[in-house]
Design a protein around this ligand. Structure first.
Ligand code: ADP
Length: 223
């Protein structure tokens, strides 16, 4: 049950994909509570169902069965603007997740515009450690780390409660991975965020997480 401190509760979540005549169970009876202010790490090998869990939490896909509660309300079938604002995602590949035809200012500003929030691109660039001059650049004019910082600014700019980080450093150069992890940890504290941090590398997940669960063939277990 969702206690006073729970933000998200997942109950018996199952996702099955049809592959021809076969049904493949990708998530199998997954249940957990994400506590307010914690960073919950989800570790597991490639193909274990981690990204599918993220997609279901963002309600980009519907579960086959089970439910998702946000602050005590069943949101399994709901995708309102305010819920989209509350639960944001940091993607693995910043290049693929940023529209290449938009300048940094518009990439970040668009998110605030959609949610009718005051547009303050400079503030969010500063929060993620980027110079405000970068706002006139296109994604291809940025480094991998800078692009990921723009992705983080874009997610943060709508002032979410929960950030789902799906392998946010996996596509980055090793030399800048730690910087992005440290940034995420600083931001968590600064904006009192709750994280679901997905990864395949135990050392990385352990570094940022208060608690870790492991995913294997669609099943979640404590470690
Ligand atoms: P992870 O993020 O842990 O690498 P995924 O959630 O991406 O795992 O994938 C879990 C399994 O679900 C994989 O075997 C993948 O091939 C399968 N899968 C993911 N999305 C689909 C889909 N849309 N249709 C069919 N199978 C899928």
């Amino acid at each position: 049950m969702l206690g006073d401190n729970g933000v998200i509760e997942v109950r018996h979540l199952t996702k099955t994909y049809r592959m021809g005549k076969q049904a493949v169970v990708v998530l199998n009876d997954v249940s957990f509570v994400l506590q307010r202010g914690e960073a919950l790490g989800v570790i597991g090998p490639s193909g274990s169902g981690k990204s599918t869990l993220a997609k279901l939490l963002l309600r980009l896909e519907k579960p086959t069965s089970g439910s998702i509660l946000y602050e005590g309300k069943d949101i399994t079938q709901t995708r309102t603007l305010s819920l989209c604002r509350a639960i944001q995602m940091i993607f693995q590949d910043p290049t693929g997740s940023l529209n290449p035809k938009m300048k940094v200012a518009d990439l970040i500003g668009e998110a605030m515009l959609i949610h009718k929030l005051p547009i303050d691109v400079d503030f969010w660039l500063t929060q993620v450690g980027l110079a405000t001059e970068l706002k006139t650049r296109y994604p291809h004019e940025l480094s991998g780390g800078q692009k990921q910082r723009v992705g983080i600014a874009r997610a943060l700019a709508v002032q979410p409660k929960v950030l789902i980080c799906d392998e946010p450093i996996a596509s980055l150069d090793v030399s800048i991975q730690a910087q992005i992890l440290n940034l995420l940890m600083d931001l968590k504290k600064r904006f009192q965020l709750t994280y679901l941090f997905i990864g395949h590398d135990l050392a990385t997940v352990r570094y940022v997480s208060d608690r870790i669960v492991s995913m294997d063939h669609g099943r979640l277990s404590k470690i």
